[in-house]
Design a protein around this ligand. Structure first.
Ligand code: HEM
Ligand code: HEM
Ligand code: SF4
Ligand code: SF4
Length: 390
């Protein structure tokens, strides 16, 4: 039973899964504002109307972004959430923390905010949910003491994010963490001072498994790949078969480019045809390894719906070596920023601008030669599912 007058929210605590309502009730024990947050949400459910006003300029000294202003449209009914601003905090590359820094972060937020967090937001940032305008600067100051910085918001470069890469994963074709760290430090201005037509996201995956979904979610996706042949250990292949794997149906028949063959004792790959989808390597990690010449592909244009429909990124650089200090990458990012900033309309993402002005103009502006790997079709829209025979 509710003691907060929120029967519909209470209903969301039933069932076997963890409930955000339970979390909010826990937070409300320390922060009465959270009661108003719940009451406002309950009111939205019953009245079928949202009670947040969108936007508003709030921030901290020297920064144009990182704080997302939120105000209740009914402060008389829900005074605790009259201001309830969201703070984005730049996450460490690959989301590695020790418990000490997590506790310190939470202490800062218990002191200055609602105590509610989102680890992590769609952007990758740590999201601190809900504080008042006067607490923004003190929160930022305390975060800075701990070595944390704000993330990006608004029409700026957004906080870059990456997969755990070589820190934990044997498939990483380059150091995704170091790339994100370098890009983040290099583009501090673009991250903290919104200056662009719209948002710009860079996401980095160490291999084609693309664990951060860079292809679908970022204007510029950097995804690990390799040149040359997949290394095959035939003894391990035989072992997989002996362990009960049906190499024909599970691996060979599932290869999207039909470039594999298995005669019961030897596995062959026509590497020229392989599109490095990772399927076979994921299934037989001991038997197969990515080729030795490793680097990344760069894709542009990925984004979620909003102005135009959703788009997947497409390849503009089939292969780039990524080694410190990454001058080649930084130079390309700068050229892309420059062209998009110069030509983009308000709220036009990079992919939409390329669609409007044409790939030719884009390639010329950033100094890339057209090559056959720059394929945009047939998989351009992740929300359209092709059905066989239609
Ligand atoms: C049933 C309740 C809720 C559901 C199902 C829900 C679901 C989601 C999902 C799926 C995302 C995207 C997360 C991601 O991709 O990492 C998201 C983001 C977010 N949610 Fe919720 N949410 C709920 C309640 C709330 C509440 C109560 C608040 C605020 C008080 C909130 C604030 C946010 C914010 C600020 C983000 C964006 C984080 C970012 O900028 O990346 N959500 N939510
Ligand atoms: C009719 C209702 C709403 C519409 C049409 C809407 C639309 C949008 C759009 C288009 C964006 C992307 C803006 C950008 O990234 O530049 C956005 C971002 C966001 N929205 Fe809303 N929104 C609505 C209501 C809300 C509400 C009720 C909340 C919270 C209580 C909310 C929280 C956010 C947050 C935290 C972001 C991220 C802002 C940023 O990245 O700078 N929105 N919304
Ligand atoms: S994207 Fe590849 S390298 Fe990165 S964590 Fe996933 S499997 Fe590993
Ligand atoms: S990586 Fe994918 S395309 Fe390449 S051989 Fe393996 S299954 Fe086929």
């Amino acid at each position: 039973m509710s003691n907060n007058g929120t029967p519909m929210l209470d209903d969301l605590e039933k069932g076997p899964w963890p409930s955000f309502v339970t979390d909010m009730k826990q937070a409300a024990a320390k922060k009465p504002a959270v009661n108003d947050l719940m009451r406002q949400l309950e009111a939205s459910y019953t009245e079928k109307v949202g009670h947040w006003k969108h936007g508003g300029i709030v921030g901290v000294k020297g920064y144009g972004g990182g704080v997302i202003g939120r105000y209740s449209d009914s402060p008389d009914r829900f005074p605790g959430v009259e201001h309830f601003h969201t703070i984005r905090v730049n996450q460490p590359a690959g989301w590695f923390y020790n418990t000490k820094s997590l506790r310190a972060l939470c202490d800062v937020w218990d002191k200055h905010g609602s105590g509610l967090t989102n680890f992590h937001g769609a952007t990758g940032d740590i999201i601190l949910l809900g504080t008042t305008t006067d607490q923004l600067q003190p929160t930022f100051d305390d975060l800075a003491e701990l070595g944390f910085d704000l993330g990006g918001s608004g029409s700026a470069m957004r906080t870059p994010s990456c997969c755990v890469g070589p820190a934990r994963c044997e498939w990483a074709c380059f150091d995704s963490l170091n790339v994100v760290d370098t890009v983040t430090r290099t583009f501090q201005d673009q991250l903290h001072r919104p200056m662009f037509p719209y948002k710009f996201k860079i996401k980095v995956s160490g291999c084609p498994n693309d664990c951060v979904a860079a292809i679908a979610r970022s204007d510029m996706a950097i995804i690990g790949t390799w040149k040359g042949n997949i290394a095959i250990d035939q003894t391990e292949v035989t072992q997989c078969a002996a362990n009960g794997m049906n190499i024909q149906t599970e691996v060979v028949d599932m290869c999207p480019t039909h470039c594999m063959a298995w005669d019961g004792s030897t596995l062959k790959i026509e590497d020229r045809e392989c599109n490095r989808c990772m399927h076979c390597i994921n299934l037989m990690p001991k038997a197969l390894r990515p080729g030795n010449e490793r680097g990344a592909s760069i894709l542009v244009g990925g984004k979620a719906p909003i102005v135009h429909g959703a788009m997947l990124g497409w390849v503009v650089v089939p292969f780039i070596k990524l080694e410190p200090p990454y001058d080649n990458l930084i130079e390309l990012v700068n050229k892309i920023f420059e062209w998009w900033d110069e030509n983009g309309k308000m709220r036009e993402r990079l992919g939409e601008l390329i669609n409007r002005q044409g790939m030719g103009k884009f390639l010329k502006a950033v100094g890339l030669k057209p090559v056959p790997q720059m394929i945009k079709r047939p998989r351009a829209n992740p929300y359209y599912f092709w059905r066989e025979g239609v």
